[in-house]
Design a protein around this ligand. Structure first.
Ligand code: UGY
Ligand code: MN
Length: 294
């Protein structure tokens, strides 16, 4: 058997768009060709055997699949595996990372111009910033403004958190945001541009003190973005559940839970949810600021 070939099915096309057409030709999801598509697209056996991956790093967008994760050692973080997913090193204007704590893990972040948004994926941990302290469980989050030292302590072993870091851009005359805690379960999803099948949960207040937005997009199977978006705002995204296809520039990528995506400003983007269960993703966006004229 060679890469792109699955037993009893034969060779699979090696371009995402052709793979999609091949998948669309399957009559049912139980069709062995459909199973083969999913297996191949999601880099299961062929990945292990032939060194393939769905990870792609380009100059305007990137897909980082979990099979390629490598742990970094970060000052201030102990007893944890930290993976830096998106960073200025790849051309992004922010940093996105994931931290998985072992027993007695701890993280300290020193005061800087960087603001932080932390989301708990699983387990629980205590978040502390200024005089505020809160135990955070799955679905709970914490925003820490710039110029604030903060820490994560006493994680349950196996606790996993996702973090977005950005240099804060102040606006003259506009107050800077304060420390904020929240729970995605308490944030109602709103139909996106009137579509009940695509619900958007907006986790941070929508006002100009904030120069970033963090949202969760929830799609029923078959739901999709209504058009190919092209906008100045940059995105960092983590697939939380489900499967689907992301169009980025002129490429179509099969994506699944655990995948991380970077979209540079003006990267044309579109998503459709597939499969039998809802798809969800958590994403970052820079907002409310006009870039400086040059
Ligand atoms: O907020 C957004 O720009 C969102 N609609 N983009 C996306 O989901 N790729
Ligand atoms: Mn967008």
């Amino acid at each position: 058997m060679r890469a792109g070939q699955i037993a009893n099915v034969g060779p699979l096309p090696n371009k995402p768009a052709l793979l999609l057409r091949f998948y669309s030709g399957c009559s049912r999801e139980t069709d062995p060709r459909a199973t083969a598509w999913i297996c191949y697209s999601f880099s299961m056996t062929p990945n292990l055997l032939f060194g393939t991956t769905r990870t792609f790093i380009g100059s305007r967008h990137a897909i980082i699949a979990p099979d390629g994760h490598v742990v970094s050692s970060i000052p201030g973080i102990t007893g944890a595996a930290t993976v830096l997913l998106i960073s200025p090193e790849m051309g992004a204007g922010f940093t996105q990372l994931t931290i998985k704590f072992a027993q007695s893990g701890h993280a300290e972040f020193v005061e800087s111009q960087t603001e932080a948004f932390l989301y708990v994926l699983q387990g629980s941990v205590t978040g502390q910033a200024k005089a505020e302290k809160r135990r955070l469980a799955a679905g709970e989050f914490m925003f820490v403004p710039a110029v604030t030292a903060w820490a994560l302590a006493d994680p349950e072993p196996g606790t996993e958190v996702h973090l977005f870091l950005k240099n804060y851009v102040a606006l003259p005359g506009v107050p800077e945001p304060s420390v904020l805690f929240g729970r995605e379960q308490n944030v109602a999803g709103q139909p996106f541009l009137g579509d009940e099948a695509a619900l958007l949960q907006v986790l941070l207040p929508d006002n100009s003190s904030f120069d970033l937005a963090i949202n969760i997009f929830n799609y029923r199977p078959g739901a999709h973005l209504p058009f190919v978006e092209t906008h100045i705002m940059e995105h960092g995204l983590l697939m939380l559940a489900g499967i689907g296809v992301y169009r980025l520039e002129d490429n179509w990528y099969p994506v699944t839970a655990g995948d991380c995506i970077w979209m540079a400003p003006y990267c044309p983007q579109w998503f459709v949810a597939m499969g039998k269960s809802p798809a969800r993703y958590l994403y970052y966006k820079d907002v409310n600021r006009l870039p400086e004229a040059k």
